[in-house]
Design a protein around this ligand. Sequence first.
Ligand SMILES: CC(=O)N[C@H]1[C@@H](OP(=O)(O)OP(=O)(O)OC[C@H]2O[C@@H](n3ccc(=O)[nH]c3=O)[C@H](O)[C@@H]2O)O[C@H](CO)[C@@H](O)[C@@H]1O
Ligand SMILES: C=C(OP(=O)(O)O)C(=O)O
Length: 430
Amino acid sequence: MEQYIIKGGNPLAGEVEIGGAKNAALGILAAAIMTDETVRVDNLPDVQDINVLLEAISEIGASVTRVSRTSALINGSGIGSVSVDYEYIKKIRASYYLLGALLGKYKKAEVPLPGGCNIGSRPIDLHLKGFKALGAKVRISHGAIIAEADHLRGSHIYLDTVSVGATINIMMAAAMAEGRTIIENAAKEPHVVDAANFLNSMGANIKGAGTDVIRIRGVEKLHATEYSIIPDQIEAGTFMFAAAATRGDVIVKNVIPKHLEATTAKLVEIGCEVEEFDDAVRVVATKRLNNTNVKTLPYPGYPTDMQPQIGVALAIAKGTSIVTESIFENRFKYVDELIRMGADIKVEGNTAVIYGTEKLMGARVSAPDLRAGAALVIAGLAAEGITIVDDIVYIQRGYENFEQKLRGLGAEIERVSSEKEIQKFKLRVG
Ligand SMILES: CC(=O)N[C@H]1[C@@H](OP(=O)(O)OP(=O)(O)OC[C@H]2O[C@@H](n3ccc(=O)[nH]c3=O)[C@H](O)[C@@H]2O)O[C@H](CO)[C@@H](O)[C@@H]1O
Ligand SMILES: C=C(OP(=O)(O)O)C(=O)O
């Protein structure tokens, strides 16, 4: 079991390069198997979830060639099975994208129920409702979802909750259905747009992605493409809050500033300077942060995947802040760990009332999930003394070279796996 050990107190300073968006890449890699021609995907993030999905698609017969750390060639012509039976696939949320991809291409898919971070009950009823509207029969058998159809036919689908996963999944299946599909109340996240752009580059006919009405004209075949994934706005936002919480000065490079608007607005509100460039943002925090209120919402609202990170910053801000989580019911698990570091936070239902404290103290804490884990690392960087974060396997699901990137900004952080290494770090940092 690996841990991060951190000596806090250094303001982060310098430049950090952001990788490709995990949640866009997961949809795009699943969609890549929808053609029998070779697809090249660039700017893949080098994270655990991507490796798991690539293994899963090669397990069903697709050929996957890693041409570099961040690029892969995928050819779906050899797929011999539409049944995804891979022991790790259950661990990732995005395994559900193989349903839409396989159903669209082969009109049949059998995929284990998805896993992912335990941040709420996370039903996939809307995905299944969409597949059914396209004419598929859907059943659950022995922990797997089986969806099949003689023909998929375009349909008018209204999503009663805004869902990123359902929007992308239905878009994939509908891309190869007969006729026209309209998805209403679609999610507008940048990764929805990226998945649509990718499918269009393969010959799909999808219009309106990025608005709440997506129109899809089904095509019979998709073809080869070369595509580069958008930058990860959540990784970027995490570094922006790390800069803020440590009163640092960080240039976050290779981003699309427009995708960071909600994060930037909150950083400015709590007293940071945020300078925007064409493909970078600079975050400067020179004094103690101010309090604010924030509510998570679908894009372009403040992202739920950035909720724990702002929670940590507000824990050391002046005054009282209120954080409302409106997407997932179980996303405050980092709060108990933060309290162990000296934070003063009360959670009631989907609201956390954060009474800012002057400083946090290093402690041994556990990452309860991906973003909460990253937030606890930020807490450790801002805290006085040594913090050890356990269960970093969650963090590795979504952050590439996290500790190297932080070290590049002056953080004292090591990935360790034994008591001996912990002692060595403590001796070194004094
Ligand atoms: C792999 C991936 O991209 N994960 C992201 C994706 O998760 P995921 O695709 O699971 O999230 P959704 O956007 O689907 O979920 C939004 C809300 O809709 C509800 N819902 C969703 C589907 C459904 O069939 N029925 C239903 O009720 C969920 O419980 C939740 O309350 O979007 C979330 C919201 O931006 C992010 O936090 C996750 O990081
Ligand atoms: C919650 C996340 O991932 P997943 O949906 O894959 O669990 C995330 O990326 O923050």
